[in-house]
Design a protein around this ligand. Structure first.
Ligand code: COA
Length: 170
């Protein structure tokens, strides 16, 4: 699937809440940016349930950036309360900008509005996660003040292969 190249436009970019009519465009932009390669080390994969679940539970934290009637990118978030913590956290689950429009400030516009809304909802900290090799995203988040980078280890167990238990008798 290929994206059409965008001609420079004079129309202003605006960020607004996602509506039901945006779902398919958001889904397709996500398919272009969250490829299998992107999510191979993540436990989450981009699919229609990701959008609809967040859209149903956290509509105010589902945003799109648009120019004219074209969606340029989106941000989908939620808030979480951790066990044993009085704090409410904002969790920015997905942030994606059309490839041909990246590095033009769209992600920043989306993030700023998301941050404002999460703060308004009482969140005291925002969490993001991405793969360790996604340097553009890591640079983006660092630029916006994220720190305290923590590495996680993901492991897989192939259930289709028969394995011998370690130490088991022959
Ligand atoms: C991460 C992402 C949302 C940033 O959106 P964007 O519109 O390109 O970001 P902005 O133009 O607002 O900000 C640009 C900044 O982001 C970082 N950045 C974005 N693309 C980059 C790239 N290709 N290489 C290095 N840094 C990059 C830099 O910090 C840059 O600032 P700088 O030029 O001053 O160094 C976008 O790259 C994207 O959609 N990536 C694929 C999906 C993804 O990884 N999402 C994040 C995890 S959910």
């Amino acid at each position: 699937m290929s994206e059409t190249t965008t001609e420079p436009s004079e129309e202003a970019v605006r960020v607004r809440e996602m509506i039901i009519d945006d779902l398919s465009e958001v889904f397709h932009i996500g398919e272009m940016v969250f490829t299998a390669d992107y999510s191979q080390s993540l436990y989450r994969t981009w699919d229609e349930y990701e959008i609809t679940t967040l859209f149903n539970s956290d509509n105010e934290l589902c945003l799109v950036a648009e120019q004219g009637d074209r969606v340029l990118g989106f941000a989908l978030g939620t808030t979480v309360k951790k066990h044993n913590s009085p704090w409410k956290y904002g969790y920015l689950v997905w942030l994606g900008v059309r490839r041909d429009l990246q590095q033009a400030g769209v992600g920043e516009r989306l993030f700023r509005e998301m941050k404002r809304r999460m703060r308004e909802q009482g969140a005291r900290m925002i969490i993001v996660d991405t793969s360790a090799d996604n340097l553009p995203a890591i640079r983006f988040f660092e630029k916006h003040g994220f720190n305290n980078k923590q590495e996680h280890v993901y492991m897989t167990l192939n259930l289709t292969r028969k394995t011998k238990k370690k130490g088991a008798k022959k």
